[in-house]
Design a protein. Structure first.
Length: 170
């Protein structure tokens, strides 16, 4: 069993990947001071943190300073890059959030210029991402729901595709 604190506060695991080399990538959300961030940790097959990933085996990302972000899913691209998706809570609503890390644990700056992208599904103010997949052409699919108001019972099924540098509604 491996039990490692990532943020010294609250850490929640929501996704796991086993890489072809046998390393394990855990993704989730961690509380840092006043807001939750996407958090990744990569472990060697023996359960120790992999220090070749982000120099200490751990990486975190805040999408909007002071706002909570929750990672829902994590996928491994054929080139070894990691894509994480989830939701960021803002004062204006909930926005879909995606980020991509290089195999060494650094953000992939070729992904929307800074390694992360957010989008709102109009006219919904509340969107949430639950699942990710990669198409055979390399485009990223994200699925979840969207709703005009937080407590609206008429949630819509949402499927979007990340093509090039933008989200495309499908």
């Amino acid at each position: 069993m491996t039990n490692i604190s990532l943020s010294n506060e609250q850490d929640d695991l929501s996704a796991l990947i086993v890489e072809p080399e046998g390393r394990i990538v855990a993704g989730g959300s961690s509380l840092y001071v006043n807001a939750r961030r996407f958090t990744l940790a990569r472990y060697n097959s023996d359960g120790s943190l992999d220090n070749t990933f982000s120099s200490d085996g751990k990486a975190s990302l805040a999408f909007v300073s002071g706002e909570d972000s929750y990672l829902s899913d994590l996928i491994l691209q054929p080139d070894g890059k990691l894509v994480a998706g989830g939701v960021t809570y803002t004062t204006d609503g909930y926005i879909l959030s995606l980020a991509r890390w290089n195999p060494d644990g650094t953000l992939d700056e070729s992904f929307d210029l800074d390694g992360k992208v957010t989008t709102t599904i109009e006219p919904a103010n509340y969107s949430s991402l639950g699942s990710l997949a990669i198409q055979s052409d390399g485009k990223i699919l994200a699925g979840g729901f969207s709703s005009p108001t937080l407590f609206d019972e008429a949630h819509n099924f949402t499927l979007i595709r990340k093509g090039g540098k933008r989200f495309l509604a499908t």
